[in-house]
Ligand binder design. Structure first.
Ligand code: NAD
Length: 261
């Protein structure tokens, strides 16, 4: 398959081989894309560099999205190396683990602002700094998780995802004029580093597996395939969309009583 033959793009958010961003990277690379990667700090560099190199990547940059200058520098480096790009994958989120259990009511001001900065506003800054480099027909995606309903323990991150999804729509409006598309994938729960910080995560995986329409959890390959569709010309008419890849769980109003164990 060569849906992305000759296309170049940046992947932000690989931490290890279980990361959703890694599942996406593998599918984009198989489809012919040339990839650049960002990581955060030396600890993750050790894990991300070998993964990125295994897909032939030559551009691997340190970028903590808490600092706008680092986002700016990332796109300057990419411009120097490549000139223009075709896509960016934003697969980045963070919140203090201690606030991903219990009540939302206890959220601290400091963690609220930091979670919003990293998990939501960074996508807007990434869009702003990548916009001058994006070719017509280019595309941005971000990763979200169910924000229209209450999920136990998700708390401040649910609020961040709600704002991220609305940002996606406004960015799609702004960049649509330049022929650039902006979409979000709303993934079902997957066992990753970030997801393990959410209270009762094991129960969440089991519940979704038992009650999703497909009776299974999704995996990083499922998300990779959907990302490939959204970033390729197959989705040339799709923008501002929150695309669920969750085995149909979002459509369930109430689980089948016969299926409660
Ligand atoms: P992950 O831990 O593998 O990835 C999270 C990434 O965010 C890591 O690479 C980490 O380095 C990066 N990050 C954190 N703080 C950062 C900062 N200050 N600057 C730059 N990068 C930073 O976990 P994941 O589950 O693959 O998460 C990727 C995205 O998918 C997140 O937005 C997450 O909310 C979303 N998501 C995850 C699930 C799930 O169940 N795993 C479901 C839906 C959506």
């Amino acid at each position: 398959m060569s849906l992305l033959h000759g296309k170049k793009g940046l992947i932000m958010g690989v931490a290890n081989e279980r990361s959703i961003a890694w599942g996406i990277s593998k599918k984009l690379s198989e489809a012919g894309a040339e990839l650049a990667f960002t990581y955060v700090g030396d600890a993750l560099k050790k894990r991300v560099v070998p993964l990125a190199q295994s897909l032939g990547s030559k551009i691997i940059l340190d970028c903590n999205v808490e600092d706008e200058k680092q986002i700016e520098d990332t796109f300057s480096d990419i411009k120097k190396n490549w000139g223009n790009i075709d896509f960016v994958v934003h697969s980045v989120a963070f919140s203090d683990k201690s606030e991903l259990s219990g009540e939302y009511l206890s959220t601290s001001r400091e963690n609220f602002l930091n979670s919003m900065l990293i998990s939501c506003f960074s996508f807007t800054e990434v869009a702003r700094h990548s916009a001058p480099l994006l070719n017509k027909g280019g595309s941005l995606i971000t990763l979200t998780y169910e924000s229209s309903k209450i999920i136990p323990n998700y708390n401040v991150m649910g609020v961040c995802k709600s704002a991220l999804e609305t940002s996606t729509k406004y960015l799609a409006r702004d960049l649509g004029k330049r022929g650039v598309r902006v979409n979000a994938i709303s993934a079902g729960p997957i066992k990753t580093l970030a997801a393990s910080a959410i209270g009762d995560a094991k129960f969440l995986y089991k519940w979704n597996e038992d009650h999703s329409l497909l009776k299974r959890n999704v995996n990083i390959e499922d998300i990779g395939n959907s990302a490939l569709y959204l970033l390729s010309d197959l989705a040339a008419g799709v923008t501002g969309e929150i695309h669920y890849v969750d085995a149909g769980y979002n459509k369930v109003g109430m689980p089948d009583p016969k299926n409660i164990v």
